[in-house]
Design a protein around this ligand. Sequence first.
Ligand code: G6P
Ligand code: MG
Length: 221
Amino acid sequence: MRPAAAIFDLDGVLADSAVMHYAAWKRLADDLGIAFDEAANEALKGVDRMGSLRLLLALGNRVASQTEMEAMADAKNAHFVEMVGRATPANLLPGAERLLADARAADLMLAVASASRNAPVLLARLGIADRFDFIADAGAVLHPKPAPDIFLACADALGVEPARCLGFEDAAAGIEAIRAAQMFAVGIGDPQALSRAHLIYPSTAAVDLGMVLARSTIAQH
Ligand code: G6P
Ligand code: MG
C-alpha cells in the first residue's frame, strides 16, 4: 500500500538541536563530575528528559532523590532553553526543507513526533510550525519512546493507518518506537546505532524520498 503520511522526529532529523541537547547534558554531567561523551550520548537520543537523566546518573553510578533529580533536569532544561531561544531557520538541517516539500508534493500528510516538550517553541523559531498537519504533544503521551505511543498518536490524529505511515528518526529509541507502531522506519545517522531501521541514510540531506516511497510500498513492515 502506498504511504499516506510522513512522521518526523525533530531533534537530529529536521533541526540540528540534537547537538544542543548533548551540549546541555554535557554541561550538567561536567557539573556533576560524571564522564560523558558523544558515544555515551547515543543512548540518550530520543529518550525523554527524566529518562535521559536516569541514564546519565547510572553512567556515573549516582543515586539521587526525586527532588535532586528534578533540580538536575531543570538545570539541563535551562541550558537547552537558552540555546533554543537563540535558534533561527539556520538551525534547520540541510535537506530538511526539501524533504518536507518533497513529502508534501508526494501527497503525504505531515506530522512531528518529538519527545521534547520544547518542540513547539523550536518549531516556531525554525519557522516551520505551519508546515505540519499535526504536532504531537510530548506531554500528552503516556509512554515515551521506544513505546509506539507518540507515533500512533500522530497516525490517529491524521486519520491514517499506521501501516501507511513513514517514520523518520535519528535515535535508536525512535526507530524502536516506529517499528512497534508497525510503521516503515527510516533511520538518519549511524547504521550501527540504527540497525533496526528499514532504510538508513547518513543525513537528512541524503534522504531520497522517491526510494523511501518505493521501498516502503513493497516492504512488509
Ligand atoms: C528529544 C531529544 C532528547 C530529549 C527529549 C526530551 O527526543 O532527542 O534528547 O531528551 O527530546 O526533550 P525535552 O526538551 O523535553 O527535555
Ligand atoms: Mg531525534
